[in-house]
Design a protein around this ligand. Structure first.
Ligand code: 8Y7
Length: 278
């Protein structure tokens, strides 16, 4: 397994599990000072996450939650580019762009983003080529269906095998587009076209994906599967999220995407300490 990721010259070691902090920029107000306030709040939040030990900040301008309203290209660019430009000058850790749109990938990397996080795994028009030209690490996430309808009766033959086939197909597509294997990460996409049983099977069998010999990224933070298990509302799912993140890391996940950086850093420190004691 590769030991380092290179984000435009900023290198990160994968020897210890890393935390990716989530920064959503989803304001809809562009006509007044509202947007400026949102962007300043975003910068503050990013600085805080960096200080708390995040290794990467993942910036997204379009919600991918089930039923979310799609955002236009211009709106997504207007939301994320100013924040990326400020952060690149301001903080010392790589910025990831959470997008599926080729033009947003290109603009974000030009502005200094060092990674692409795509819940569509480069299946939108032009995305393979944009990612190839960007020459930065790309996370290929599995999603069954599309955000608007993915949670309506998701169905698999065998969820772990089906997702392995999907990964194999996307790795081949990326390779054919000229994306270097050293720039690929995989993510099973918890909650993206999966019911509770699917999510549990994936978490219980996550180590199956180690056969690809590519770094695994997981996002479990605050997800509805944690609510289904514990009965907790979204703002009360931190303990469950830490348990889930720890289970994932003990099975080989290298990067954990989370809204709760400080707590997750501590959970992963415990995992790393145990994993280094054998
Ligand atoms: C994930 C993600 C979301 C995830 C990766 C949420 C953008 C929903 N979840 N990206 N994005 N993996 N790679 O609850 O699980 O944060 S959005």
């Amino acid at each position: 397994m590769r030991k380092k990721l290179d984000f435009h010259g900023r290198k990160l070691s994968l020897k210890h599990p890393l935390v990716m902090g989530v920064l959503n920029i989803t304001s809809d107000s562009f006509s007044d000072g509202g947007q400026w306030l949102h962007q300043n709040a975003a910068l503050e939040q990013a600085r805080l996450m960096a200080a708390q030990g995040a290794a990467i900040i993942d910036i997204g301008g379009e919600s991918t939650r089930p039923g979310a309203v799609p955002v236009s290209l211009q709106e997504e660019l207007d939301r994320v580019l100013p924040v990326i430009e400020s952060l690149v000058a301001d903080i010392d850790i790589p910025i990831s762009i959470d997008t599926s749109k080729a033009k947003v990938m290109t603009a974000a990397v030009t502005a200094g983003a060092g990674m692409i996080n795509d819940v569509w795994a480069l299946r939108q028009p032009g995305a393979l080529q944009a990612a190839a030209e960007a020459k930065v690490p790309v996370c290929l996430m599995h999603m069954l269906g599309e955000p608007g309808s993915m949670q309506v009766q998701p169905d698999y033959h065998a969820v772990v095998d089906d997702i392995s086939w999907f990964f194999a197909e996307r790795i081949t597509a990326a390779n054919e587009a000229g994306i270097k294997r050293k720039n690929l990460l995989l993510d099973p996409g918890f909650g993206f076209g999966k019911n509770l049983q699917h999510n549990l099977s994936l978490l219980a069998n996550l180590s199956a994906f180690e056969s690809f010999d590519l770094p695994l990224l997981v996002g479990l933070s605050r997800k509805s599967m944690l609510g289904q298990i514990t009965g907790c509302a979204v703002d009360k799912r931190l303990p469950a999220g830490l348990a889930a993140a720890s289970i994932a890391v003990l099975q080989g996940a290298k990067i954990v995407r989370t809204h709760d950086v400080a707590a997750t850093v501590q959970a992963l420190q415990v995992c790393a300490a145990v994993m280094n004691t054998k």
